[in-house]
Design a binder for this molecule. Structure first.
Ligand code: TXA
Ligand code: MG
Length: 343
C-alpha cells in the first residue's frame, strides 16, 4: 500500500500496443495490474506467482477464503489447469467464449491454493474485451483477477473509477474505456451432476440450457449456504443507503417519497429510467430506456455517481427478475439496505 500507481492511457504519441506491452511485462514480473474487461475492471496478477496473488487479497481487503477467477486468452490455457474436461465444457466454450461466462471446474496441481482458496475447483473465463485478451496473451500466463474494487464497494466500470479504488494499492491501471456490460460474469459450476448458476449475469440460465440441452439450477445465494463463496459477503454497497422499490407502483411511490422529503429538507437521489427524471429528485442518474441491458451497463456507474451527491437516500425502481433482469435484481438486492414492495 502507498505505492505509486501508474495510469496507462492511449494518446496520439503513446499507442495502445505500447501500453499493453508495458502492462504485460509488469504482470509477468509479479506486479498488480488493473485491466479492462467487458464486464467490470479486474485487479490482475500472474497466477503462477504466489506472492503477487497474495497481494490481490491485501489490496482489496478480501477474505482469504474467497477464490479468484482465472482469466485466459485461449481455451488451451484453461484446459491446462484442469483435471479432466467436464461434460458441456466444449459446447459452452464454443457458444460463449470469449465472453462473460465463468466456468467452475476441477483443478489440477498447476493451480496454486491461494488462487482457489484451497478448493478442489477453479473458476475460469476468457474475457471478450480485446485489450484484456491481448494483455493476457502478451503476459504469456493466465491472470487471476477479482473485480478491482475494495471489498464491500461497487465494481468499477471505468478506468478512473478503478484508479480511485486501487490508487496506492495496484502498480498499474490500464485504461480500456467504459465496460460494455457493466456487471460481473455469470458463474456456472460444472462440477456437479447438473450445471448450477452460482452467480447470475448477462448470460442467462435460459441461454445456457439451450446449449447444454439439460435442465440447470440457479443457486439461491443465501448467507447460510453461500453458492459462490463470494456471495456471502456484503457486496456492491455504496455509502449512501439504497432503497429498492419493486412492483407496478414503484415510479409513483418514488415520486411521492421525493415530494415528502422536500418538505423535510432532505436531499433525495434517484437512479432509474429517463422517464423518472420528471419526478424531480435532487440528483438523478439516467438508466436510459430502463431495459435490463441498460440497467446492467449503468448500475454501478450510477451508484458511484450518486454516492458523491450528498443525498440521504438513493431510490431505484426494480425490474422483473427474468433473463438479464435476474442478474440486475441480484446486484440491486445486495446494494439495497431495504426494499419497498408496491402493488
Ligand atoms: O466479470 C467478472 O467475473 C469479473 C471480471 C474482472 O472478470 N470478476 C469478478 O471477480 O467478478 P470476483 O472475484 O469479484 O468474483 C468472483 C466470484 C466470487 O463470487 C467467487 O466466490 C466465485 O466467483 N468463485 C471463484 N472461484 C470459485 C470456485 N472455485 N468455486 C465457486 N465459486 C468461485
Ligand atoms: Mg467482486
Amino acid at each position: 500500500m502507498g505505492m505509486k500507481t501508474l495510469f496507462l492511457h492511449e494518446t496520439p504519441t503513446v499507442s495502445r500496443a505500447m501500453i499493453i506491452a508495458h502492462a504485460a511485462a509488469e504482470l509477468r514480473a509479479g506486479r498488480l495490474v488493473v485491466f479492462p474487461t467487458e464486464t467490470v475492471y479486474g485487479l490482475g496478477a500472474n497466477i503462477f506467482n504466489e506472492r503477487a496473488v497474495q497481494r490481490i487479497f491485501r489490496a482489496k481487503n478480501r477474505p482469504q477464503d474467497n477464490p479468484l477467477i482465472v482469466h485466459v486468452a485461449e481455451a488451451a490455457q484453461a484446459t491446462a489447469l484442469m483435471d479432466t474436461v467436464p461434460p458441456w465444457f466444449d459446447e459452452l466454450v464454443e457458444e460463449f467464449w470469449p465472453g462473460p461466462l465463468t466456468l467452475v471446474v476441477r483443478r489440477n496441481a498447476a493451480v496454486l491454493d491461494v488462487v482457489s482458496a484451497g478448493l478442489p475447483t477453479v473458476a475460469i473465463r476468457m474475457p471478450a474485451h480485446v485489450m484484456a485478451r491481448q494483455l493476457i496473451r502478451e503476459a504469456g500466463v493466465p491472470v487471476a483477477a477479482p473485480s478491482a474494487n475494495r471489498s464491500g464497494r461497487p465494481s468499477p466500470t471505468t478506468a478512473p473509477e478503478a484508479y480511485e479504488e486501487m490508487r496506492g494499492r495496484a502498480d498499474v491501471v490500464l485504461d480500456g474505456g467504459p465496460c460494455s456490460i457493466g456487471i460481473e460474469s455469470t458463474v456456472l459450476d460444472l462440477t456437479t451432476k447438473r450445471p448450477i448458476v452460482l452467480r447470475p449475469g448477462v448470460i442467462t440460465p435460459e441461454h445456457i440450457e439451450e446449449v447444454v440441452q439439460t435442465r440447470i439450477t440457479v443457486a439461491r445465494g443465501t448467507s447460510e449456504r453461500p453458492a459462490a463463496p463470494g456471495m456471502k459477503y456484503t457486496h456492491y454497497a455504496p455509502d449512501t443507503p439504497v432503497v429498492l422499490v419493486t412492483g407496478p407502483g414503484a415510479h409513483a411511490r418514488i415520486a411521492r417519497e421525493i415530494a415528502r422529503a422536500r418538505g423535510k429538507g432532505r436531499r433525495i437521489a434517484v437512479l432509474g429510467p429517463a422517464t423518472l427524471r420528471s419526478a424531480g429528485a435532487d440528483a438523478f442518474f439516467s438508466l436510459r430506456t430502463g431495459a435490463p441491458i441498460e440497467y446492467a451497463r449503468l448500475l454501478y456507474a450510477g451508484l458511484r455517481a450518486l454516492d458523491r451527491q450528498d443525498c440521504s437516500v438513493v431510490y431505484v425502481p426494480g425490474i422483473p427478475p427474468e433473463g438479464i433482469g435476474l442478474a440486475v435484481m441480484n446486484r440491486l438486492r445486495k446494494a439495497a439496505s431495504h426494499t419497498i414492495r408496491t402493488t
